[in-house]
Design a protein around this ligand. Sequence first.
Ligand SMILES: Cc1cc2nc3c(=O)[nH]c(=O)nc-3n(C[C@H](O)[C@H](O)[C@H](O)COP(=O)(O)OP(=O)(O)OC[C@H]3O[C@@H](n4cnc5c(N)ncnc54)[C@H](O)[C@@H]3O)c2cc1C
Length: 513
Amino acid sequence: MQQNEVKKVVILGGGSAGWLSAGLIAAQPHLTHNAQITLIESPDIATIGVGEGTWPTMRQTLKTIGISESEFIQRCDASFKQGSRFDGWCDDEGDAHYYHPFSLPVAYQQLNIAPYWFANKDAVSFSHAVASQTYLCDHHKAPKNHLHSAYQGEANYGYHLDAGKFAMLLQQHCTTKLNVEHIVSHVECINSDEDGYISSLQTRDHGTIAGDLFIDCSGTHAKLLHQHYGIELIEQHDVLFNDRAVAVQVPYLNPQQEILSYTKATAQDAGWIWDIGLQSRRGLGMVYSSRFASSEDAKQALSQYIAKTQPGTAQNELTFREISFTPGYRRRFWYKNCLAIGMSAGFIEPLEASALVMVELGLNNLLANFPTHRAAMPTLAKRFDEQCHYRWQRIIEFLKLHYVLSKRTSPYWQAHKEANSVPLQLQENLALWQYQSPWLNDFDRAQEVFSAASYQYVLYGMKQLPQFPVLAMPTAIIEHFSANQQQAKRGLQQLPTNRELLNHIQQFGIQPI
Ligand SMILES: Cc1cc2nc3c(=O)[nH]c(=O)nc-3n(C[C@H](O)[C@H](O)[C@H](O)COP(=O)(O)OP(=O)(O)OC[C@H]3O[C@@H](n4cnc5c(N)ncnc54)[C@H](O)[C@@H]3O)c2cc1C
């Protein structure tokens, strides 16, 4: 029995996925029976270095790993993210925009308020009517003030961060505080036992590293799951067309410039531009489809965007970085004693920043059912695979929703509306939502990635309203709407701006918990 116990976990890869894996596993030894953790990363293969938007889940992740919110914000150039804003997605005209805030609609735990909003739809947008956070976003407000404890806030929030600095902080914390062994060496080959389970990784200059459970965090290389076990990607080119990005870091001209409280996503003819405000700079990028645009087109669109949003920027001093990726996810995520976390498991595109949250969800899943013995692995692997497949499919449908509702007319946007590119489940849901509002029983798993609330924000932001009679408004409902407006008013009066709070945290830190 003892022979196949899981006593040592080997993580391959030192990007955000690898270090988050190391941190979450090492910080919870009670869940792993004190398994030892080793992380190996290659000195030759750089991390992807993008991935600057997180979900609110990152607060719990950092807290579990034992990193203080002050240190994280001070060292990772981090800022507060309260959702996403979509500019120009509805149609070709003007600058119309809508929000997908992190906070749930008011009274969400009690009732579906969306159908009551239709009566007021011309006076106030859905997200303004139901989420006071939308007003905070309009005014670059922080989701908390200096009196809130670490990881607590007035409104729900995640972060924007510098991915390189984040990996460095995690590395330092894991190696100095959580006893994670760190080996910098290229893994050249993989050794298996007679049952096909991985027994060790052969490094170029650190010998053979043995283990009982292997986590493949080697990014798009997928060295273990793909290169060794041959597990393919289920490509999603036909559904979501983006496969390239050009990214650039743009310093603020005025170091005290306001910092956006949301990721701004601006539609373009063959893709969209992300705009993320950190403390010292903005992270920008154009994600696009190589079927519809060249890298020159993308750079030009990005340059024009920079010139428009920050005139006076010396663009000849900026470094534009090109990234290519294949949208898709693995056919299997856990095979034998090896599982994939991060880009090795899959990646679709940066819209709605769903990659790091999939890392967190995958790790929480692993830790909730940690295999202390090899004999448990086949059953756990089957469940893990099923859960991952479900989540990737739901993510794909939700991302596609953003494109399929658009009235933009360029060939890229038109192609997104072709029926054979729209997943059947989404087609069915869209047909249903012509007559009713998305609600809890449309998505009934305990841990859905995107809830009915997210669908409501996008559908009604994109002006896709159901066809049913306007409901009369009972007093209780009027009170919910007005409570939301009151909360917005209080927030606008009492909360500092993102910039003000971040300056304060740089100087004094945050109240510990
Ligand atoms: C354009 C773009 C924008 C994105 N934006 C977001 C976002 O806003 N939010 C979000 O959540 N996610 C985003 N992502 C995804 C996010 O960047 C990744 O999910 C995240 O960085 C995790 O990457 P990773 O650690 O899996 O891979 P990587 O960062 O690529 O790390 C791979 C590691 O594996 C190591 N390695 C590989 N082969 C070997 C070998 N043979 N031997 C030893 N080591 C090896 C490398 O050295 C490296 O350390 C974005 C991705 C792209 C492409």
